[in-house]
Design a protein around this ligand. Structure first.
Ligand code: GRF
Length: 194
């Protein structure tokens, strides 16, 4: 299986996914694409020998359809079987999502269905939750609401700040996403709990 990974920032999830896709793994990374030209993850992908591409949303001010058609034109020549959104910070419309229906994953830093959207760690702390974590889900048109493929829980510690909680959740993301992608690439379904 060929996997395209979309990023906007440091790409730490992308690196873990690419590192896992070696040896007997059924998938290999075929592209890392960012909407941000100087995203740190692009240099990390190049260092790993993975083809990269940049499509800047800034070039399509207000023209979501134009941006998404440019994304598709940059992605499809690499013939991915699976798309992994990994810290990709643009909301996508049904135009893009329908084009990759059923083969697009995302990782979200909360225990969905709690805390869709942004600032998930601050919201979990404000709610006094004892547990936090991350979710890998299939991407559908409704933001952060697709079928859940895996979740990993972490404890909230006394004195946690959004930053300390985010760091703990990110470590869990780095374990969860590769495990879910491996199963998804093997055609296995059902929810993984870590
Ligand atoms: C992190 O906040 C992570 O929770 C979310 O995207 C952000 C950046 O991740 N998935 P990465 O280091 O770019 O993978």
């Amino acid at each position: 299986k060929r996997v395209a990974i979309l990023i906007s920032g440091s790409g730490s999830n992308m690196v873990r996914l690419a590192e896992d896709m070696q040896g007997d793994h059924p998938a290999r990374p075929c592209l890392v694409l960012s909407n941000v030209p100087d995203a740190g993850g692009l240099a990390r992908a190049r260092a790993m020998g993975i083809p990269t591409a940049v499509v800047e949303h800034r070039d399509f001010k207000g023209d979501r359809e134009g941006f998404e058609n440019a994304l598709i034109s940059a992605i499809d020549p690499h013939a991915p079987d699976i798309l992994c959104m990994a810290g990709f910070m643009r909301i996508l419309t049904p135009l893009f999502i329908d084009h990759y229906a059923g083969r697009m994953l995302n990782i979200h830093p909360s225990l969905l269905p709690k805390y869709t959207g942004l600032n998930t760690h601050a919201r979990a702390l404000a709610a006094g939750d004892a547990q936090a974590g991350c979710t890998v889900h299939g991407v559908t048109a409704e933001l952060d609401c697709g079928p859940i493929l895996g979740q990993a829980q972490v404890p909230v510690e006394p004195g946690d700040t959004p930053e300390t909680l985010a760091a703990r959740v990110l470590q869990a993301e780095h374990r969860l996403y590769p495990a879910v992608l491996r199963r998804f690439a093997l055609g296995q379904r059902g929810m993984l709990r870590l």
